[in-house]
Design a protein around this ligand. Structure first.
Ligand SMILES: [Zn+2]
Length: 406
């Protein structure tokens, strides 16, 4: 049974170290990733193409033509500098490379800095239209997962929740490896958060983007992914579902039936299980007016925002009235229309007076699939990673990916 890139699926019924009787030991963990399918994932580090990429390398390196062994340059390191387009070339500091794509291959990994983050693996700089660049990190999947675990959930989360996060994140990553010519995923919550090996915070302090704990969890779960109908699916997940996850098919066009709504009161401890916010009536009216204008509608001033309750578990829609009419808008759309931070999730109730709209909401994020804070609640109640995954993705299986036999 082939999945992606000819990898072979092996069904797995348990994970080392998650039976609750004894912790994972070095013996139980895979000896090497070589026993597991561990392809290179390509992570776009630049959310949009940019003019100048802050760039540096701690230690010896080669610059090569991507996909070849042709060496364009080598050196002992690159102090923090800027990569940019210069005429027909890519410039890194004072060095010009008359080429539209190049790959920086360090001798030791991690070495390469892009912006305020240092990454394992290699980094490609790719020219885009308008004399702009993107930077794409090529890194072994399991090294990427080790960082995603710590980037997405705190070290205080239960071990089983972090194992489940690893499996869910790996599945998401594999589902995105569909042959895009330049990259598979973004390094932000647009895909999933990936801080890299280490990074500088706003005070220029170096912080770890991975840990012994996250590396161990990546190794314990190496190659394990969730499947539906024998395929890795897009395992959407969010921080806090707020009491019930949302049917994936009402939010995402590529949602498989395993992304079905389930009741989850395991995330009650999360700060944003319930939350409140406010937005001035004038500001909300203006933003909703701009949004409706794009579909040729006019809008005055918000008089009411009412939850149009659909069947339980579907994406909430709202009836928004002005002086003249009522418009139906999805909660996901309102999150984008209103100022950032006003709506932590698409599930809320609103009330208003003459000047202010008051929001009382449930959850944080889109609410589909795996609930991170709920997973922590379940882990602390003694559930295993696979039990947590089956709770949030009913009908999904799990398999361990291994390379095809030569
Ligand atoms: Zn939840």
């Amino acid at each position: 049974m082939a999945l992606v890139g000819g990898a072979v699926l092996f069904y797995t019924s348990s994970l080392p170290g998650q039976s609750g009787t004894k912790p994972a030991s070095a013996q139980e963990a895979p000896k090497t990733y070589g026993e597991t399918w561990n392809p290179t994932i390509r992570v776009n580090l630049t959310p949009v193409p940019i003019d100048e990429v802050p760039f540096g390398v701690d230690g010896p390196y080669r610059v090569i033509v991507p996909g070849s062994s042709r060496v364009l340059a080598y050196g002992d390191g690159i102090a923090k500098t800027i990569a940019s387009i210069d005429g027909a070339s890519i410039r890194i500091g004072e060095s010009l490379f008359p080429i539209s794509e190049l790959e920086l291959v360090p001798v030791r990994s991690p070495s390469v800095w892009v912006g305020r983050h240092q990454y394992r693996g290699t980094v490609r700089l790719l020219r885009k239209t308008g004399d702009k660049l993107i930077a794409v990190n090529h890194v072994p999947l399991e090294e990427y997962i080790a960082s995603v675990i710590d980037s997405e959930v705190p070290s205080t989360f239960g071990e089983a929740a972090r194992q489940a996060q690893a499996i869910v994140a790996r599945t998401y990553a594999v589902s995105q490896m569909t042959g895009h010519p330049q990259f598979d995923v973004f390094a932000t919550s647009r895909s999933q958060k990936y801080l890299g090996y280490q990074y500088l915070n706003v005070d220029d302090r170096r912080l770890a983007g991975e840990s012994n704990s996250s590396r161990n969890i990546a190794a314990e779960t190496a190659g394990v992914v969730c499947t539906y109908n024998g395929k890795a699916f897009t395992t959407y997940y969010s921080a806090v579902c707020g009491g019930r996850t949302i049917n994936g098919s009402t939010v995402f066009t590529d949602a498989v039936p395993a992304l079905k709504s389930v009741e989850c009161n395991w995330c009650r401890e999360a700060d944003r299980y319930r939350w409140t916010s406010t937005v001035p009536v004038g500001e909300a009216s203006s933003l909703i007016r701009d949004h409706l204008k794009t579909s040729g509608k006019t809008f005055g001033t918000v008089r009411s925002i009412r939850l149009a309750k659909g069947p339980d578990g579907d994406l909430p829609y709202y009836e928004i009235s002005d002086e003249n009419a009522t418009h139906r808008i999805a909660g996901t759309v309102l999150r984008r229309v209103l100022p950032y931070g006003v709506l932590n999730s698409p599930d809320f109730e609103a009330s208003q007076d003459a000047t202010t709209i008051r929001i009382a909401g449930r959850g944080h994020g889109h609410g589909v699939g795996f609930c991170q804070w709920g997973a922590d609640g379940q882990a602390k109640a003694g559930r295993s990673a696979l039990e947590i995954i089956r709770f949030y993705y009913p009908d999904a299986g799990t398999v361990r990916l291994r390379p095809p036999k030569p």
